[in-house]
Design a protein around this ligand. Structure first.
Ligand code: DGT
Ligand code: MG
Length: 242
């Protein structure tokens, strides 16, 4: 069967409600199942805005966002949430147990699936270190969990749903470089059939992506692989050197 999860942006322009100027202009790209697409760019470039358009946190002003050829504006929320898992830049945890947090998107998941997701997300050790395990309580606002642990639990939650498309918005930034590398290696093995879109600040996080989009001021200014961009993109070179 053909793999699912092809994402296409066609000449997308977007303005926040009430704002005058568009924050995204003429964005076109395709992300394919089995591949990793990365988005990099300075703060305020529009990366979070861009990834918020696929799960329809906002709808586009013009152009189209398509999932397997169907405009997302023609899909209902439950279809989109079952097919697209987004790990937000500011991950949220519910007050409740770790288990409750992980099962959020897929209540019928087995314990084995939860542990498997935790292992991939490099969060298994953290959950095992207390005897309460999956029943460990997360405080309101996730305040008894560090930023890096919150990111990893949020990544594990996304993995549990086994979607066609993963969106990681700066999800690896609170991790040290070694954990980041281990996590992405494990992730790659677990998401072979899915479309993976990674927003990153660190070049090392995305150097092995199949394609990298360089976003600047709401526009894609350059695109290519890491090696290609090192040769051709002054904006990318600046990011590498920063
Ligand atoms: P980051 O996360 O700091 O690296 O920055 P990006 O690339 O994720 O930027 P993004 O998409 O958060 O913001 C792009 C532009 O849109 C920036 O000028 C701020 C503006 N913006 C972001 N969120 C909102 C919003 O909810 N309302 C309005 N009016 N503007 C927003
Ligand atoms: Mg952002």
């Amino acid at each position: 069967a053909e793999k699912k999860g092809r994402v296409e942006f066609r000449d997308v322009t977007f303005k926040y409600p009430g704002a005058e100027a568009p924050v995204l202009s003429n964005i076109s790209f395709t992300a394919e199942p089995g591949k990793t697409l990365a988005i990099i760019g300075s703060t305020g470039a529009g990366k979070t805005t861009l990834v918020s358009l696929l799960p329809r946190l906002y709808d586009v002003a013009s152009g189209d966002v398509l999932l397997d050829g169907v405009p997302v504006t023609k899909m209902d929320a439950s279809e989109i949430t079952s097919r697209v898992s987004a790990v937000p830049q500011k991950p949220y945890l519910f007050s409740g147990t770790i288990e409750h947090n992980l099962r959020f998107g897929k209540p019928e998941a087995t314990d084995e699936e939860l542990w498997d997701a935790l292992e991939t997300a490099q969060a298994k050790g953290f959950v095992e270190e207390k005897s309460s395990g999956l029943n460990r309580r997360i405080a309101q606002g996730g305040t008894n969990v560090s930023g890096g642990q919150r990111q990893r639990l949020s990544i594990a939650r996304a993995l549990v749903t086994k979607p066609n498309v993963y969106l990681f918005d700066d999800s690896f930034s609170a991790l040290d470089v070694a954990t980041d590398a281990r996590l992405r290696k494990a992730l790659k093995a677990k998401t072979r059939d899915a479309t993976v879109i990674i927003v990153a600040q660190r070049v090392s996080t995305i150097a092995d992506a199949d394609e990298i989009l360089v976003l600047d001021n709401g526009r894609i200014v350059d695109r290519g692989t890491h090696d290609e961009l090192l040769e051709t993109s002054p904006t990318y070179q600046e990011i590498v050197e920063s």
